[in-house]
Design a protein around this ligand. Structure first.
Ligand code: HEM
Length: 394
């Protein structure tokens, strides 16, 4: 089996060329420098995401809690649990994220998106991350959880630091430990306050939720909030940021979306396929298993390269071409698959659609200040770190 260095590529084109080689040469590879296994082909990545019996999500707990960090509530959250506990926890939180909950939120998201889009277009030259793509999901998740708006400005620093955990260098360790402590104090305080005085917010709903006569403990609610806050902001922000980059690079798509709003959801699905905000899934093999005919010993860490699976030529024709409305468009694996399928997928799709419905009719062109995008560091989350653009009003 071959070994590949996932950190070697310096550009997006190089990264996709590496994935294409991995898919072609051996579906399953060893990854330098951690020595984990990596699956690059669609079928294998889907199996990893779907087969919770052979591939445990406790791998995420291992990567979220390295020795230098100490306890990290995320390691005990929904996304790191296997059945049967995962099934119970998921049942408790599903309702808030279902169609009824989303329909209730739609007017609020539309209003927030319109306000931000109008302000951004009136400035004409803006950093779209600061002015729009990050602020929208941040404000929405903050309001859903009933958090104090004056604290929203802290969330970015928190989610950036939490996102660094898997690839942190020693100089970053103390800052990340401080962030975990700060989040524990803040979110723990919110839980205590809502226990005393429940309201009409998601934290209160979580504290009230009951399945089979059981309720969530404070530690479980804290773990869920640790997961939800970055999950609700960071990935959706990257989806909207990546969508803006693709609108700038494909002006005909902007034209089409301006002419027909119904094009926007098709456009968003293709952004999700080509530029998935969450680049891989981590699992640990529960027994000796095989992927693409290659044996993997029990206990091995296996990484499913979603960004590669979404461009697998075995599934998608012309996989590197950006073709909204293509066949099998929604078969991408960007929201996962099976029992861990993204809880916030409907919310993320709605936020991205309403963001573009607010922005697109207000502009006749979106120009990137530089043809080279400054991407976020690290391999976990994929999207622009900053996005200076010129918005030409319609
Ligand atoms: C799970 C991606 C937005 C909350 C996942 C998973 C992926 C994903 C790939 C599965 C992880 C795995 O299999 O190990 C995304 C992307 C988003 C997005 C690409 C935006 C474009 C959101 C939002 C929320 C959210 C807005 C909540 C407000 C969650 C939660 C889970 C999850 C709680 C864990 C589900 C479980 O383990 O049962 N997400 N997500 N996500 N996502 Fe998202």
């Amino acid at each position: 089996m071959q070994t590949f260095d996932l950190f070697a590529p310096t550009t997006e084109a190089e990264r996709h060329a590496l994935y294409a080689r991995m898919r072609a040469e051996s579906g399953l590879c060893r990854i330098a420098p951690f020595g984990a296994y990596a699956a690059a082909r669609y079928e294998d990545v889907r199996t990893l995401q779907k087969d919770a019996q052979r591939f445990s999500s406790e791998a995420l707990a291992m990567t979220a809690e390295p020795a230098w960090l100490g306890p990290n509530p995320v390691a005990q959250s929904l996304v790191t649990r296997d059945p049967p506990r995962h099934t119970q926890l998921r049942a408790m939180v599903n309702r808030a994220f279902g169609p009824t909950g989303m329909a209730r939120l739609e007017a609020q998201v539309r209003h927030e998106a319109l306000t931000l889009a109008e302000a951004a277009v009136s400035q004409r030259e803006v950093d779209l991350v600061d002015a729009f793509s990050f602020v929208l999901p941040r404000n929405i998740i903050g309001r859903m959880l009933g958090l104090e708006p004056s604290t929203f400005t802290e969330f970015k620093r928190w989610s950036v630091n939490m996102g660094l955990i898997t690839s942190a260098v020693p100089a970053q360790h103390a800052g990340i430990r401080d962030t975990v402590k700060e989040m524990e104090d803040y979110l723990g305080g919110v839980i205590t306050a809502r226990r005393r005085q429940p309201g009409e917010d998601m934290v209160s709903d979580l504290l009230r939720a009951e399945v089979d006569g059981q309720r969530l403990t404070d530690a479980e609610v804290l773990a869920f909030l640790f997961l939800l806050l970055p999950a609700g902001m960071e990935t959706t922000a990257q989806l909207i940021g990546n969508a803006a980059i693709l609108l700038a690079r494909h002006p005909e798509q902007l034209e089409q979306a301006r002419a027909d709003r119904a094009h926007i959801p098709r456009f968003i699905e293709e952004v999700l396929r080509c530029e998935p905000p969450a680049q891989f899934a981590f699992r640990v093999a529960t027994s000796d298993v095989e992927l693409s005919g290659t044996p993997i010993p029990a206990g091995s860490l296996v990484m499913g390269l979603v960004a590669s699976a979404n461009r697998d030529e075995r599934v998608f024709e012309q996989p590197d071409a950006f073709l909204p409305g293509r066949e099998k468009a929604s078969q991408h694996l960007s929201f996962g698959h099976g029992i861990h399928f993204c809880l916030g997928a409907q919310l993320a799709r709605m936020e991205a659609r309403l963001a573009l419905e607010a922005l697109v009719p207000r502009i006749r062109a979106l120009r990137l200040a530089s043809p080279t995008v400054e991407w976020l560091p690290g391999l976990t989350i994929h999207g622009p770190r900053t996005l200076p653009v010129e918005l030409l009003p319609a």
